[in-house]
Design a protein around this ligand. Sequence first.
Ligand code: UD1
Ligand code: MN
Length: 443
Amino acid sequence: MRLNIRKFIFAIGIFVVLWLIISYSSIFVPEDKSKNSASRMEVELDKLQNKMRDQLSDSYKLLEKVKSRLKKTEEKSIEDIARESFKAENDIDMALDGSIVLPILVIACDRVTVKRCLDNLVKFRPDKDTFPIIVSQDCGHNETYKVIRSFTDADPSITVVQQPELSEIPLPRAKVKFKGYYKIARHYRFALNHVLVGLEYDAVIIVEDDLDISPDFFEYFLGTYPLLYKDPSIWCISAWNDNGKKELIDLSRPELLHRTDFFPGLGWLLKRDTWLQLEPKWPEAFFDDWLRDPQNTQGRACIRPEISRTYSFGKIGVSKGLFFDMHLRYMQLNMEFVGFTKLNLTYLLKDNYDSSYTELVASLPETSPEEVMAGASTESALRVSYSSAKTYRKAAKKLGLMDDFRSGIPRTAYRGIVTCFIRNRRVYLAPNYEWTKYDPSWG
Ligand code: UD1
Ligand code: MN
């Protein structure tokens, strides 16, 4: 009996040990698995956290740079100004002797057709060192990113940066339809800070992903860039003529350039110091119209060509296809190469331009839009007058010009005058009163 009890206790002991082993291993094995996946997850989370921390610190660094640059601009002493104007002279020389660097910033989002834009930039680019290409991609669209990467992988002078802030922008219901314009403005701020503050370039040429360029696009900017240093009343150079349809331009004058008070955009050059003035007030949306308000650009002008050096093929975009079908589709892209760096462009400087311009226009014979369209006049240049927003609109419509205003400025206007070329004659649509400023209530 005692033996049996001992056997029994022994058997119970074995059973308990076995039970412990089995239950321990059944607890332990899945626990080990879950431990493994938990630790893997921890590693991933760590990585993600590090990545976010890096991005955040990059953003802070950029912000600090912008702030310190701004502070420097505010604290400018006479010596600083003198040094800068000396540097400006140097920059002009550099622009002329070919040691200047003008990066091309391509603004991309989710259109794989960015390939068409990049193909042309690569095709017409005369020199990789002078014109490095930086693509800034918004929207996190992978297919588009792959297309961009196919260029950056093949050529180290082409690089890509991704706009890190992809969160939705909270908007009141009435503004939701403008969401695209908010995202574009946010992207521009990031991209311009990246190139002009982060990478510290002196200037940048901005190209949107749906633009074709002319064969002399690079030469155009290289030749006109010194004007920004010679004439502080010019803040931008644009490749675009808002009235650039072939019925409205002089196709025999591809070298002809103009001053304009209306920011044209669509392929444009901006200097860093101007960006640093704009950046702190940069708008949340509609940045292009914001740049058309003289209050934001201190009433300064842009240079624009008679014949556009860009063409927009972006029918599908934020502002939809109607504008494209009505207007953009008919724009003329210049195809003839003009050696702008070898031309004398001093006629565009304010001191040379303004007085002769207004004098010339005032001296011309006056005519009506109907007579211009009939093409009967024997004169080579004519003036059509307007006296109000209404009469401006009416005349512009008859001549086939854009008839809209931004901040009271008609498209392509300079000091209230819009010039075009119709039926072999130069035409000036000009105020019939002494012009002093634009009236923001027009439009
Ligand atoms: C129009 C103007 C464009 C201007 C824009 C902002 C014309 C022909 N086009 O845009 O020059 O910049 O208004 O007021 O007048 N993009 C982003 N993030 C987005 C969406 C778009 O970065 O979420 C980029 C696009 O890649 C493109 C640019 O913004 O480079 C303009 O977008 P697009 O869709 O072409 O709009 P448009 O209607 O042409
Ligand atoms: Mn577009």
